[in-house]
Design a binder for this molecule. Structure first.
Ligand SMILES: Cc1ncc(COP(=O)(O)O)c(C=O)c1O
Length: 451
């Protein structure tokens, strides 16, 4: 853009990056070892860093320590999983109990049944099934929707991420030149290795655009098995649904017999006890959960109306060796019933508002083209003056400001997600002091970038 913010951002990147490199020499050494046997030196490509990631050694409460021994306040939250914080005594106790009595049988145990009951209570579902990751949950929900409707085409939201199975890897982060028109976004794959013909099974519509969905449904409603969406888009910062949007899509799906699927992998158990379903009062036919429901262990679930879920009893395959095993079920049940209590959500909401308001004040004071979003445990700073409505707005955010903020805050003891598409996660173990550390580092950043 070439204004003073850009000039200062470039200078900050040049000054802060060498400091970060100097403070993370053990990470660099571990990267050099890791890349011998792990592509990009990481377990998952989302963990990669340029030129290397910061490797962590441990976490306690709301803090993490990297392999160089540096302590940070953790706002990364394991990409949104650690709303319980690290090593919470209730979770440690649940995992310890499971470790002593058997972590895996591939036979359903009582704790798994109790975990299912709690998920159904929270999210107003008739029935659930378990999986091991958000990817599996959305893959299975789409299978069930296709089986229940006898239709094949999947509708998703342009620019949304639902995991890494082929059907949903279209129109995730399309480049501006490959996006096609707003009326009918092109179905561009996010990865190599996806057969080009798969594009015909996935169509996209922009978020917060009822007319675009209406047009598609009028033309092709009878081909659509489902519409899968994050009720709050959380892979381009945070984009809220406009008032009435979810209700209108709910009505459209009902009218055309299309299964409406909420992907609550990020929002479930974070933005409210009952996730976006509670926050917006709109009930989908199916909903997918992962991340925070496991209390830091790898589990996932999807569920919804009995009339849709019952197709599992009539020929739709849903299975997995590790699904709902007693280790993850014990941790998940303890997280949902003993840690993430109604009081915990009050605490998360207070902390979230303290953080978002503190950052918003600094933004206003220094006139940054940015805004904050506050959803309790989840929130973000987006480098665009007006709130985002959809993916196309995200392409207008000031990437260079994010890129300067990242080394700046990390160098000041704030551990954040690498990537401006992410957002912060606050845990029940965070304190006001932790929040103020972020606000202080960010306010200093605002002053420097606006100087
Ligand atoms: C909204 C959403 N759905 C699905 C997934 C996939 O989950 P997982 O990484 O556990 O496969 C993610 C991951 O970030 C996500 O944000």
């Amino acid at each position: 853009m070439g204004d003073r913010f850009s000039t200062n951002a470039v200078r900050i990147i040049e000054e802060e990056t060498p400091k970060l490199r100097a403070a993370t020499t053990a990470s660099k050494a571990l990267f050099q070892r890791a890349e011998q046997h792990l592509p990009l030196g990481v377990a998952s490509s989302f963990q990669a860093g340029d030129p290397y990631p910061i490797y962590l050694a441990k976490g306690m409460g709301g803090h993490v320590w990297d392999v160089d021994g540096t302590e940070y306040v953790d706002f990364h939250g394991g990409f949104g999983c650690n709303v319980v914080g690290h090593a919470h005594p209730k979770i440690v106790e649940a995992i310890d109990r499971a470790a002593r009595t058997g972590t895996h049988f591939a036979v359903t145990t009582e704790v798994t049944v109790a975990f299912a009951e709690e998920l159904c209570r929270r999210f107003k579902l008739d029935k659930v099934r378990f999986a091991n990751s958000g990817t599996e949950a959305t893959m299975d929900a789409i299978r069930i929707a296709r089986a229940a409707t006898g239709r094949d085409v999947v509708c998703k939201i342009e620019g949304s991420y639902h995991g890494h199975h082929d059907t949903v890897m279209f129109s995730v982060v399309p480049n501006a030149d490959a996006m096609g028109g707003r009326e009918a976004p092109a179905s561009a794959p996010m990865s190599k290795g996806i057969p080009a013909e798969m594009a015909k099974w996935t169509v996209a519509v922009p978020f917060n655009d009822v007319e675009a969905a209406q047009r598609l449904f009028d033309e092709r409603g009878s081909e659509l098995a489902c519409l899968i969406m994050e009720p709050i888009m959380m892979n381009i910062g945070v984009v809220l649904p406009q008032p009435g949007y979810l209700e209108a899509i709910r009505d459209l799906c009902t009218k055309h017999g299309v299964v409406f699927i909420f992907d609550e992998v990020k929002s479930g158990a974070t933005v409210a006890e009952g996730g976006a379903i509670e926050r917006f009062g709109v009930q989908p036919d199916l909903a997918c959960f992962a991340k925070a429901i496991g209390g830091g262990t790898p589990t996932a679930a999807f569920g919804g109306k009995a009339e849709v879920m019952d197709i599992i009893e009539h020929g739709a395959a849903q299975q997995g060796t590790f699904n709902g095993n007693p280790l993850v079920a014990a941790a998940g049940l303890a997280a949902l019933t003993e840690v993430l209590t109604p009081d915990a959500y009050v605490h998360l909401s207070e902390l979230g508002t303290r953080l978002a308001e503190g950052c918003a004040k600094a933004i206003a004071e220094h006139g940054l083209p940015a805004h904050t979003v506050d959803l309790g445990a989840k929130g973000c700073i987006s480098y665009r003056a007006e709130p985002l409505q959809n993916y196309r707005d995200f392409l207008e955010t000031r990437t260079e400001l994010y890129e300067a903020s990242f080394p700046w805050v990390v160098n000041r003891g704030v551990f954040m997600t690498p990537g401006d598409e992410e957002q912060w996660t606050i845990s029940v173990q965070h304190t006001d002091t932790d929040i103020d550390a972020y606000v202080e580092a960010f306010a200093a950043f605002c002053a420097a970038v606006a100087a």
